[in-house]
Structure formats: structure tokens, C-alpha cells
Design a protein around this ligand. Structure first.
Ligand code: SAM
Length: 642
């Protein structure tokens, strides 16, 4: 982007980002008023604006500004925008100067604006009542990946003659697929081809007077009933009613994250925990590392971790104090020749440099503050958090009640909602709880429900504390090898973790401490020695799925799904299948494994968004990879082909 005629200008498209003289007035006239948005959003719980072409963020800021200054407005404003060539933070700072009226809002946007120009990012403003979901990527791909129903569309992708792909028939069809009856679209252009493409996609198009010297512009209404999903077996039904209350079982990081998000959306939320304190088991280590796991192919799993990582770090930066969250960086060390060549290949991947750098042994040693034999991947924004303090922070909401020392026995439907029976240590004995919905966040859902199609395995893990020695005391970032070690805090390093598959061991033992220390000695010779003092320790069982993705989603009606999707592998068109059926009000957020502090925040946001009918902040592939029904669907596909 450059500045030409005093406004931002794209050399790629040879066009300006907004009107030379009256950018803000045009944005208000064409998009907000054109789509009649401020008259339609009043009284709504949630209103969703979709935009093609985020550019300088002007339309978003104009919408937010209007929301702030309107009495009758939705409780939550979602703005979902697609952008293939994101501007940099510095570009936005320059754009800010064009609009003194929006200066304060621009500042908030710039503060949170993602450095990583790939994937989806969700940003929260005004206590989370204004939510921006920025989807970086080509318009057609992103619109195919989005799970959202839009109320107002702003089509703003440079002039159709200069950038026809932004207005293509396929783009208009995707826009229609993400619209509902009475969705309104507006755009500055009146081009005949755009009109025809919108009409073919099902919009009723009319022309209105354009802004300033422009004669006409397009306003279009979607009159059809609804949308279609290419994977009806993973689609979520609209819940059909507004949930008022929730029970969350488990106060580990998964339970605390989902409770915080449901309470924010107005649900009275009860968190039931079998231990006296929150974050006592797998979330009870001294420290938890927040860092992504990137593989050389940059495939599905890397995308998942990358988005989780970006989301977790932006939440911690926004909400956590510096003693709770330390973003000292994490260095993933090269372990062998395979990982060396794998990481070298990452260097050439697009966008790789935004979240990590590949360092040789010398550069890595300088970063780490200790002499290292090997280099590795350095994740600048990564770091570690104090788990129990962070979990307690998340639960601080007047609509969250935490019930400790209470072990859930049964979960069963009750009227339109759910009943939980639980045993307390206290004199109260057996207790009952009722709510509209339940989220199992107890690590292993199969301890309470028997969902054979959603397998979960135990992995025991122990972390230990080792006294800093004169060399290790200089460590300045987290080192991640076959285990990990944190910089010393008050003279002690946290090291870990053992990873004992199929073990439920929860009692810490000296043997595991020795293994943890030995791992450091072997991976970091000259930094640790076998004779270093071992202090305290913590052991717990975490649960993982075979593919290591968590389960975040609804519990399906298994027999119905097995019946209607039984011939999935026969190649019938997806349109011939009905949407899935779920057990109403029953959800999972489990199997977070050993990276729960990195993944739980985004998984909980995905789950809460779907429960409350809000836009989903991740591409469809992530919803599907974390969906509780994924193993069942894979098995049905396979059965039919063999
Ligand atoms: N709405 C913006 C604002 O408020 O500043 C102005 C948008 S500008 C006119 C058009 C935007 O569309 C540019 O930022 C451009 O990078 C983006 N764009 C162009 N082609 C695209 C494509 N194929 N997919 C996604 N975004 C695209």
C-alpha cells in the first residue's frame, strides 16, 4: 500500500481503498445505511456483519462507531471480514491519520491487529461486545471455510473491472450460502455483471442513488430460506431456543475457559469440580507452556496449533498481568537429522517468519542465554503462564458459581434440560444440579458417558522442580526438546514432563523426577547435571484422542447418524444427506492432552460460539478435526468402501 492523492492506494489493483475526500461518509452511506443496518440491529442479541475486503478497517470502525453511538443496538456486534493482502500495522497507523473521528478506535484496532497474516483471528473490543473475526486468505476459499450466518453484507473489493475475482459468480453463491432470509447486502458499485451474479445467487437486487458523484449503487436482499453445508454430518442445528443456564463439569483449563465464555454470553454457569481447588489435576502444574506445534508440511495440525496459539497469546496479552503470563519465547531444539531438515524446509514456507525464526546453534545460544549444541525454531511470542492463577482469573464472573469437592456421578436429561447428581465430601452428601445445557470438561468424557465413537486414552505425566545452578540460572527462554525446561523463577526451574501412555498414575514419585532430570542432562549437557537438587513435583493424568485433536462440540445421536450416513463412502452427493442430529444441550470439551493451555481458549470460543449461534472463529476444517463425531464419520466412510 502506498499513499496517493492523500489516501491509501493499492498498486496491485491500481485503485484507492476509500473515497478520496469523504471516506468515512461514503462508508456510512453505502454500507451501514445502504444495508439499513442500524435500523435492523436494535433489540437483537447478536448481529453479524460480513465484509469482503477488510483493507484499512474503515468499514469495521465505522460500524463499531455507529454501534457505540446508537441506543437501540444488538448486545453483541460481530464483524467478519475477509482479506487476501492484509495491510501491516504500520500501514494502519498511517491510515489512522485520515480519520481523526475514529482515532481512538483505530488505536484499539492497531493494538490487537494480528502480526501473523495467515489464518483466522478473533479480536475483542468494548468488553467483548464488539467482536472482529479477521479471515486472511482468498475470498472464495475463506467464504467456503466460514461457518456463519450473516445479517448484513458489505461487498467492498476494489472496482469490479480492476478486481473481477472478488465479484465472481462463485463468490456471490458463497455469500448467498452464508445468508439467511432477509439478509441485506450493499455495495458501492452498480456494475451489471455484479447485479447479475447476485441475482443468480438468489438475491433480489435493486439500484439506489450512489454516494457523491456516483450515480448508482447496489442494494440486494436475500429472500430464500437458508444455507447449505457441504458436510451435513458435521453441521450444527440451530438450538431453537436461548439457553439460560449451563453446568460445566471440571475446573481444569477447559472447564474454566468454556465457563468464562458462556457466562460472558449471559448464561448462569455452575462449574462442578471434584477437587477442593480449581486446576488441581492435569492443569495443576507449576507452569504451563504456551507454544504451537508446527510440522514441516504446515498441514492441518500446524494450522490448528497456530490459530490456537495466536488466540491464546492475544487473550493473555489482553487480560493477564506480567507476573501471570511471561512471553519470554520458546525455543524448540533440533533433536536429530530428521528434525533439522524438517525445520530448514519450514524456512521457505510463506508466513513462517511471523511466528518463528529458524536459528543455528550460535544464534540459539545467544537467545537462550546458555550454550546449546543445536539450533532450533524460536517462537518469539510464546512463553508460560501460572495455571491455577489463570484458571481462577477466568472464573471471576458474577454469573459463575464454582462448586468444589463435588464428584459428579450421573448426567441425565431432565425436562428440556439436564440433571447432574454428585457427591460432596461435605455434610451435604448427594446433591443435584439442573441446567439447560451441560459441557463435559472432565478430561475424559468416557468416565461419565460411554461414547465408544469418541476414544480417549490416559497419559500420565509428572513435572518436577530443579534448583538453578550457576549455568542454568542464565536461561532466558523456555527450551523444548524431548521434554522442556523453564527459566529459573525464585531459584527453581520447572522441568518435565514424563509421558507414560495408558497410565493413570497420579502420585508423584522420585523415579519420575530422576527421569525428568536425566532428560535435561542428556539434551542440555553442560547446563544441568545429575547432581542438581530436585525439589517439589506434580503428577496427573491427562487424556488424549488417537489423533491428538481435542473433542470440542456436540454429542451426536449415534444411532441416527449411523443409520442416515451409513453409505457415506458410496459417493452420493452431500446434498442428499440430512443434517446431523444431536443430543440437545450436551457438549464436550475434552482430550486437551498436554497442550491444553495453548488450545483450550480457542476450542472453548468455537464451542461457545456454536452453542449461542454466533460466527465460528475457525475454518470448517478445524471444526471438523475437533468434532466429537469425526471417528464415527471416518468409520462410516471406510465401512462403505471396503
Ligand atoms: N473495506 C475496506 C476498508 O474499509 O478499508 C476497503 C477494501 S479495499 C477497497 C478492497 C480489499 O479487498 C483490499 O484490501 C484487497 O486486498 C482485498 N482483496 C482483493 N482481492 C481479494 C481476494 N481475492 N480475496 C480477499 N480479499 C481481496
Amino acid at each position: 500500500m502506498i499513499f496517493k492523492y492523500g489516501v491509501p492506494y493499492s498498486e496491485r489493483f491500481e485503485d484507492v481503498y476509500f473515497n478520496r475526500n469523504e471516506g468515512l461518509s461514503e462508508s456510512r452511506y453505502v454500507f451501514l445505511e445502504g444495508s439499513n443496518t442500524p435500523d435492523r440491529w436494535g433489540g437483537r442479541d447478536v448481529f453479524v456483519i460480513g465484509e469482503t475486503g477488510f483493507g484499512t478497517g474503515l468499514n469495521f470502525l465505522a460500524s463499531w462507531h455507529s454501534w457505540r453511538n446508537t441506543h437501540c443496538r444488538p448486545q453483541r456486534l460481530h464483524f467478519v471480514s475477509v482479506e487476501k493482502h492484509p495491510l501491516s500495522r504500520d500501514d494502519l497507523i498511517r491510515c489512522q491519520q485520515c480519520f481523526p473521528e475514529l482515532e481512538a478506535l483505530y488505536r484499539c484496532l492497531i493494538e490487537q491487529y494480528p502480526l501473523d497474516p495467515s489464518g483466522f483471528h478473533r479480536l475483542f473490543f468494548d468488553e467483548g461486545d464488539v467482536v472482529l473475526t479477521l479471515c486472511f486468505g482468498d475470498v472464495e476459499r475463506v467464504l467456503s471455510d466460514l461457518r456463519v450466518t450473516v445479517d448484513s453484507w458489505f461487498m467492498d473489493g476494489f472496482s469490479p473491472t480492476k478486481n473481477p475475482e472478488m465479484w465472481a459468480p462463485s463468490v456471490c453463491s458463497r455469500i448467498a450460502a452464508l445468508s439467511a432470509k432477509n439478509t441485506v447486502l450493499s455495495t458501492f458499485t452498480a456494475a451489471g455483471q455484479v447485479r447479475r451474479n447476485l441475482e443468480s445467487a438468489g438475491f433480489k437486487v435493486r439500484k439506489e442513488a450512489g454516494f457523491g458523484s456516483k450515480r448508482e449503487m447496489i442494494v440486494a436482499e436475500f429472500r430464500e430460506d437458508s444455507t447449505s453445508e457441504k458436510t451435513p454430518w458435521f453441521s450444527w442445528p440451530s438450538c431453537g431456543r436461548k439457553f439460560q443456564s449451563a453446568i460445566v463439569i471440571g475446573a481444569g483449563i477447559g472447564g474454566c475457559q468454556i465457563a468464562a465464555r458462556l457466562a460472558k454470553r449471559g448464561l448462569q454457569t455452575t462449574v462442578i469440580e471434584r477437587n477442593a481447588a480449581v486446576a488441581s489435576e492435569a492443569s495443576g502444574n507449576y507452569h504451563a507452556v504456551i507454544s504451537p506445534k508446527i510440522s514441516a508440511d504446515n498441514g492441518g495440525s500446524s494450522q490448528f496449533y497456530r490459530q490456537c496459539f495466536n488466540f491464546a497469546v492475544s487473550e493473555l496479552t489482553r487480560e493477564a498481568s506480567s507476573d501471570l503470563w511471561q512471553s519470554c519465547g520458546v525455543l524448540q531444539l533440533i533433536k536429530d537429522d530428521r528434525s533439522r531438515s524438517r525445520w530448514q524446509s519450514l524456512r521457505s514456507r510463506p508466513h513462517s517468519d511471523y511466528i518463528f525464526e529458524v536459528l543455528d546453534a550460535d544464534a540459539a545460544s545467544t537467545r537462550a542465554g546458555v550454550r546449546l549444541r543445536e539450533g532450533g525454531l524460536f517462537f518469539r511470542g510464546a512463553g508460560f503462564v501460572l495455571p491455577s492463577t489463570w484458571c481462577r482469573h477466568l472464573l471471576q464472573h458474577p454469573d459463575i458459581q464454582v462448586v468444589g469437592n463435588t464428584a459428579v456421578d450421573t448426567v441425565r436429561p431432565h425436562g428440556d434440560g439436564w440433571q447432574v447428581t454428585a457427591n460432596s465430601d461435605s455434610e451435604t452428601g448427594c446433591r443435584e444440579f439442573f441446567a439447560d445445557l451441560i459441557v463435559l470438561a472432565n478430561g475424559n468424557h468416557n468416565a461419565l458417558l460411554n461414547l465408544n465413537y469418541a476414544p480417549c486414552m490416559p497419559v500420565a505425566g509428572q513435572t518436577s522442580r530443579v534448583a538453578a545452578n550457576p549455568v542454568s540460572g542464565n536461561l532466558s527462554c523456555v527450551l523444548d526438546h524431548s521434554g522442556y525446561v523453564l527459566p529459573a523463577i525464585d531459584g527453581w526451574h520447572t522441568i518435565g514432563s514424563t509421558y507414560d501412555r495408558d497410565s493413570y498414575a497420579t502420585k508423584p514419585c522420585k523415579e519420575a523426577d530422576r527421569r525428568n532430570l536425566l532428560q535435561q542432562v542428556q539434551n542440555l549437557p553442560g547446563v544441568f547435571s545429575r547432581h542438581d537438587d530436585i525439589g517439589d513435583h506434580h503428577a496427573a493424568t491427562r487424556f488424549v484422542s488417537p489423533d491428538r485433536y481435542p473433542f470440542a462440540g456436540p454429542v451426536i445421536d449415534e444411532s441416527y447418524c449411523a443409520e442416515v450416513y451409513g453409505d457415506l463412502g458410496h459417493g452420493r452427493h452431500w446434498k442428499t444427506y440430512p443434517t446431523a442430529r444431536f443430543i440437545p444441550g450436551l457438549y464436550l470439551l475434552t482430550a486437551l492432552g498436554s497442550r491444553g493451555f495453548t488450545t483450550a481458549a480457542l476450542c472453548a470460543e468455537v464451542l461457545a460460539s456454536q452453542i449461542c449461534g454466533e460466527p465460528v472463529p475457525v475454518p470448517a476444517s478445524i471444526v471438523e478435526n475437533t468434532h466429537p463425531a469425526r471417528y464415527l464419520i471416518r468409520a462410516l466412510r471406510k465401512n462403505a468402501t471396503t
